[in-house]
Ligand binder design. Structure first.
Ligand code: AMP
Length: 171
């Protein structure tokens, strides 16, 4: 993951003063690095019996969709409020910056389906905790939460279920 770390761009004071934004767009611009991330996530999770990938809008889609295709399993969307058209569940939470509401289609997960949640970055853990809540409310069984990047100092991991958090690059 060394070369990938070098491609992650630090953008100070975005989107608000005091936040050091980890910009993954240079990684996505590099097909070898992008492919390495997807392969690593697939490899680490191939023996967990995962039956669906939940991607969190929007950078969780960028990683989650190719990962689901590579693993040959369904891709399920968690979207920001107001974007999903059908019957849905909703959860609100606090972000490292601001507040957010996310939604999932009620029929997107089968009862007991083993799910891995994917996002680009784990910060305070608010997004992931709300996502676990949504997946469980529609019947899913969260077996793992995977992130490309983890900001360890923000303590997100401690809010997630024990032993079910994985990240490729830790700061
Ligand atoms: P949190 O809910 O605090 O764990 O925040 C995670 C979500 O916010 C992820 O979807 C990230 O994409 C985004 N995010 C939070 N902090 C940052 C950061 N410093 N750089 C890039 N994205 C961030």
């Amino acid at each position: 993951m060394k070369n990938i770390t070098e491609l992650i761009r630090n953008v100070p004071d975005f989107p608000i003063p005091g936040i050091m934004f980890k910009d993954i767009t240079p990684v996505l611009n590099d097909p070898v690095a992008f492919d390495a991330i997807i392969n690593e996530l697939a490899d680490r999770n191939k023996d967990k019996g995962i039956e669906g990938i939940v991607g969190i809008e929007s950078r969780g889609f960028i990683l989650g969709a190719p990962l689901a295709l590579k693993m040959g399993i369904p891709f399920i969307l968690i979207r920001k409020e107001g974007k999903l058209p059908y019957h849905k569940e909703k959860a609100s939470y606090d972000l490292e910056y601001g507040q957010a509401t996310i939604e999932i289609h009620k029929d997107s997960i089968k009862p007991g389906q083993k799910i891995m949640i994917v996002d680009d970055l784990l910060a305070t853990g608010g997004t992931a905790v709300a996502s676990i809540d949504l997946v469980e409310r529609v019947g899913g069984d969260v077996v793992n939460c995977s992130f490309a990047i983890e900001l360890s100092a923000l303590g997100g991991r401690a809010k997630l279920p024990d032993g079910k958090t994985d990240s490729l690059i830790k700061y």
